[in-house]
Design a protein around this ligand. Sequence first.
Ligand SMILES: *Cc1c(COP(=O)(O)O)cnc(C)c1O
Length: 254
Amino acid sequence: MDKHTRDKHAQNTQERDRQARIASNLSCVMRQIQAAAQAYQTKTGIAEHRVKLIAVSKYQDIDSMRALHLAGQCAFGENKVQDLRQKVGEFAVIAPAKPIEWHFIGTLQRNKINALLALSPTLIHSIDSLELALALDERCKAQGRIQPVLLQVNAANEPSKHGFSPESTLEAFARISSQARNLQICGLMTIGAHTQDIARIQESFQKTKELYDCMKAQSSHINTLSMGMSGDFAYAISQGATMVRIGSALFTTH
Ligand SMILES: *Cc1c(COP(=O)(O)O)cnc(C)c1O
């Protein structure tokens, strides 16, 4: 083998290793999700509790995302509008036939609303103020579209986090529902309490679930409770999450 062939060979082997690793991460995460959903069904007596996986690709390059997509994952989440735009463009080239669901999970600045809407996100998880909701609604109205969204709850009242306080969430839901007719509120999103204390993490998910149940009692459109990341998704599912947002556990390659 000459040097070029040898390098090429090494590169292909590396690529295959990455593909195998990411596929194995995905099946491992799916098994854990399944197990937690099963346990939730048993605990609550609910016949079937489905949990949807959003692969958070915010720190990943297109090759890792392609590997996960080849393994069967079709819903991805990004937290910056410019990154989302780049990845939507790259995916259109590598997988033009298969539709990808794009979820926006980051803080949305008002001056990025038009750029985000141009990318047709499946769901915006991070409506964190009445002002943002009204500004987004105005753009949706002008474009004649209905945008599915979640309200973000700062369930542990952490100063470092965005979102409605638990105390103000239901009022925000009522006001946004009546004033922002071009937003379809589908439920809530939260980020678990930032602590090692499992009881406090559980409590932040439980509080969000209670608010979600109140909203569900008021509207037939409420069907999505987005909570749980790599470190805490099993706890989130045990409290009733219907959607988890997982990054590092899927993409780690060592
Ligand atoms: C980064 C991020 C995630 C995923 O975090 P991991 O710990 O990598 O699983 C989920 N949700 C939001 C809002 C994020 O910013």
